[in-house]
Design a protein around this ligand. Structure first.
Ligand code: TPS
Length: 325
């Protein structure tokens, strides 16, 4: 199958009311044409997933398609943006319909749920399966939530539970691995509704892909502040809560692949947010606070974050996922 029939067969779908959705020209020409809504800014992000690096090589194709879209929509959620569309650049060792069909199904399942359209892409043959998704979204002008806005006195909050995907990655060959934990690795849920709900509330935000310690470190550095979190307060699934503190810390703080949101917020705004968000999913948990300076700084030369366990500094052996170490 040549490149054009491949794109047409698996990735070109009839657009429903393209004009109203802001797509003047979708997939199929040299480029797409979008009509941005008035008084909004374009928020755009890209992420590559490589087989054996970002997902185990035997991951089912539906999950691969889903995850490629999910990690990119998660980046838009982390800005407080409403996702609009994606582009997909695909490198494939071979054009196998038994693989491509479920891959497209997984990608579109999430896109449909998020009302996101595939507006373009590229397909090439290469030795290793790789997917690069570029995600586009809109945010009312000036309302995007950056990493640099954390203020002294803010609370540090995370959504959902941490470390599930890293636990699943460690236990892939264990037949007793809870399918819920496995799906946290294979099919992460981008926190889109929460990202939108946090506009006007969160002072800084990001999504956790490399592990909370490393990613929260970015907020602290960009904002020029210090932070303290408590190991006891990290939200954990029952399986992880049963582990010893070292194992818990390694998974929940340094494991990565969580795709939960981490944000800072003033205590007064958090009280209002709680009444608005209520018992909605995912749950929100306060794990620490932003400080003017770190009283335990000498013990933490690497970043601005102090992790406390039983009120004492807890030394992490690894900060988080790094591609080049
Ligand atoms: C087979 N992992 C890979 S990339 C990444 C993490 C936590 C951070 C996010 O990527 N090995 C396999 N599958 C995995 N999921 C991992 C390792 C863990 P990026 O920083 O490129 O956005």
């Amino acid at each position: 199958m040549d490149e054009f029939s491949l794109i047409h067969r698996y990735f070109q779908r009839p657009e429903n009311s393209p004009a109203s959705s802001g797509i003047r020209l979708g997939i199929g020409d040299d480029a797409a044409i979008l009509t941005p809504p008035a008084h909004h800014e374009l928020v755009i992000s890209t992420d590559t997933l490589i087989s054996g690096r970002h997902f185990p090589i035997d991951t089912d194709p539906y999950s691969i398609g889903w995850k490629a879209a999910a990690v990119n929509l998660s980046d838009l959620a982390a800005m407080g943006a409403k996702p609009h569309s994606i582009l997909l650049a695909l490198t494939l060792p071979e054009a196998n319909p038994d693989f491509l069909e479920p891959l497209a199904d997984g990608l579109f399942a999430l896109c449909d749920a998020a009302q996101v359209k595939l507006i373009g892409g590229d397909t090439t043959r290469g030795q290793t399966l790789s997917l690069t998704v570029t995600a586009l979204g809109w945010v009312p002008t000036g309302q995007a939530i950056l990493r640099s806005g954390a203020q002294i006195g803010d609370l540090i909050v995370v959504s959902g539970t941490l470390g599930d995907a890293a636990y699943a990655l460690q236990h892939l060959n264990n037949p007793a691995l809870d399918p819920e934990l496995k799906s946290r690795l294979d099919r992460p849920t981008p926190r889109l509704a929460l990202g939108l709900a946090l506009r006007g509330y969160a002072s800084a935000m990001l999504d956790i892909s490399d592990g909370l310690a490393q990613d929260l470190g970015h907020i602290l550095k960009e904002s020029g502040v210090w932070g303290q979190i408590h190991l006891e307060d990290l939200p954990l699934s029952p399986t992880l809560a049963a582990l010893n503190p070292e194992q818990r810390a390694a998974l929940a703080l340094s494991g990565g692949d969580d795709y939960e949101l981490c944000f800072t917020i003033s205590p007064s705004k958090f009280a209002i947010l709680q009444s608005v968000w209520g018992d909605s999913s995912p749950p929100l948990n306060v794990i620490g606070q932003i400080n003017a300076r770190d009283h335990n700084k000498n013990e933490h030369p690497h970043n601005n974050l102090t992790v406390l366990y039983q009120q004492k500094p807890f030394i992490l052996t690894q900060q988080g996922f790094r591609h080049f170490e």
